[in-house]
Write a protein that binds this ligand. Sequence first.
Ligand SMILES: NC(=O)c1ccc[n+]([C@@H]2O[C@H](COP(=O)([O-])OP(=O)(O)OC[C@H]3O[C@@H](n4cnc5c(N)ncnc54)[C@H](OP(=O)(O)O)[C@@H]3O)[C@@H](O)[C@H]2O)c1
Length: 318
Amino acid sequence: MKKVLILGAKGMLGQELVNVFSKNNYEVAAWDREELDIINEAKTKEKIILLKPEVILNAVAYNAVDKCEENDAEFELAKKINGKAPGYLAKIAKEIGAIFVHYSSDYVFGAQMPNIPEPAGCTGSCGSCGLHAGFEPEIGYTEDDKPAPVNKYGESKLLGEMEVKKYGEKFYIIRLSKLFGKPGTTEGAKRSFFDMMLEVGKKALKSGEPIKAVDEETSCFTYAPDLAKKTREIIESKKEFGIYHITNGESCTWFDAVEELYMQAGLEKVKVEPISGDEFPRPAKRPYFSVLLNKKLNPLRSYKDALSEYLIESGIIK
Ligand SMILES: NC(=O)c1ccc[n+]([C@@H]2O[C@H](COP(=O)([O-])OP(=O)(O)OC[C@H]3O[C@@H](n4cnc5c(N)ncnc54)[C@H](OP(=O)(O)O)[C@@H]3O)[C@@H](O)[C@H]2O)c1
């Protein structure tokens, strides 16, 4: 039985990792803040060396995007949890010969738009390929693109990637975006966008008031159970170590996603108005576009199918 340590085990992703790795062949140690505060480097090292896992999955997160933009002490905390801690976890993993998996974010991108690939055989002059007729490029950030975040949270996640690369050996950095699934089980656990918008939609249906949704920030949703299964698959199929992009298929804006949610959840009568990001100001800037292209793995199903499964499993639709 392989010993696997899951950190952040009560979070949205962590709890799904516990589910997936508890089935066959693994002895799971599921730790959250009560078992180990990963800010304490010495304690972290001591406890992990004592356990000696063969795999360490780090699903711990600081994710208060706006709070750390406005407050210096919060930004320092974000850099500790998202930045420095992954570095020493990777170092500890190296010392005990363990595989280390760390999760990162599409928010490491956004300051520059991704390159639009040229069609094969294009010489760079539009005359040579008929103005790229019929060419529909897949636009997004690849695993090899250079990150450039637009906010401090993104900076803290990028710091984590750099530290893991600097100190780690057998590591996977998995970038995801817009996670959804069952909320974590800690006191401060955040609900996903879909859960929040279901509540808003039910109220709007009663009041008849339209709701507004930002028709920007195009990226892909990631269903936590799908990501957890894919993580196990990557480890078991002994994929090359490095950076991976894992999201569900079909990119969308927040507005597109609300329309899809309300259609599936029987709330299609709720009027949703698309607005620009400027009409919904928040302390931290968001990437206008942050689609992660997966160039290394078989793709996951569409987020629409994953959403149906989530709504059925939560008893919202039959
Ligand atoms: N959520 C998203 O939309 C999203 C998007 C892109 C990337 N990601 C990445 O995906 C990964 C998982 O995120 P998630 O949404 O599942 O996070 P989550 O639900 O917030 O879970 C994180 C868990 O880590 C625990 N934790 C926080 N600080 C800790 C510390 N110092 N020591 C030990 N445990 C601590 C939290 O406990 P408390 O609740 O007590 O703090 C919580 O149980 C993260 O790397 C995140 O950056 C998430």
